[in-house]
Design a protein around this ligand. Sequence first.
Ligand code: SF4
Length: 426
Amino acid sequence: MGKTGVLEDQHYDIPFYAINAYVYCPYRYYLEHVQGIFADNAHITEGRFIHATKSKQSRWGNKKKIPGVFVASEELGVYGYVDYVISDSDDLRPIEIKKSSSTHLYENDRLQLIAEAVALSESTGKNVRLGVLKYEGSGKRFHVKIDEKAIKKLKEILSEMRKILSGEVTPKPKKSTKCEKCSLVSYCMPPDKDLKRMVTPHSERKESLFVMRQGAIVSRTGKSFLVSYNGDKLARVNAHSLSRIQLYGLITLTTPALKLAVEEGIPVSFMTLSGKLITKLSAPLSKNVMLRKIQYQKFEDPEFVIPLAKKLMIAKLDNMISALKRLGKNRKQKAKTEFIKQQRRNIKTAKSIEEIRGLEGIATKNYFQELQKYVPEKFDFDGRNRRPPKDEVNALLSFVYCLLLTDIQGICESVGLDPFLGFIHT
Ligand code: SF4
């Protein structure tokens, strides 16, 4: 077996997506595949969404396409899934879908596709002379020739990648325009005024089950949850595909369904109809009592709490500034962020948690006032309101804050921290 356990070989087996990462930036490849640091950003999340939705379509022009085909090449030591395979007379063609809006072909995508094509040919014994790359953003399709020249280039790349895996070579980070779109920028580059950082959304590879139909019943069938109402089946969801269940208002959860959630480690949140968290059932709190003891001690120590609160708050304000700047850039307007920057400076010299909280409140109010400019008028959004939210935008904000809250609570509990003892807000 090779390192990945896929092929019998002395050399390191390499997944297709790693080839893409290496050609994009060798240091990124090193961080992900040697250091084991992965992170999502808006580009990756959107790309995953495109893959998930496109995989439901079954035709490519008038040809039938087969989604998600696993292939491997023993000769090259590469493996992975091809987005689609289409059959064209005696030939097969791999199709790779990317979210890019580019009108020209990227080299990293080209080399990934060449590897997929070689593996497809070796796995099926059929000719693969062309591969197709489609950029969803621009709608452009590129036909990539799979010839000796292309395979030679791929072999050179794979050899360089294996030198990194074996420790023979360690690449260095190199600042470029690619860094702005790179999800690892926060791990890689020091804080840098010139470098715009993307706001990074949480990586959520699993689904969430939200039940809002009043009177619905969530029961268990095998390893799945069944949602029904008045005897009609509304949905059936496999427990393995779920990361959380949220029940709003009058929803019944049967005991077997609750047991399944506990067995599978799926937290269940009971919410009011307006989205307020009533209680949450999750895996028992970690037995790390000493950690909680330290947490309680630190809570009483202003020399620990105030610098930590400042760090967190400055990070929050930085994200507000980045989000507004990005919105402004998209709309070709200059976002007003000076007021938030002023609160950021004030936080640095704040003397107490109360003062930090006050400055956070001022900055947040200003953020939402500025955000109004970018929300279409039809939504009638004039700042943040809650309990209950009075318009669609506020309802959406309350909803996602609630998701975030249950996620963070779960993370705290899983490592043994008490989520009810916050150092800034409780
Ligand atoms: S931030 Fe730049 S140098 Fe660092 S891994 Fe990403 S692309 Fe490479």
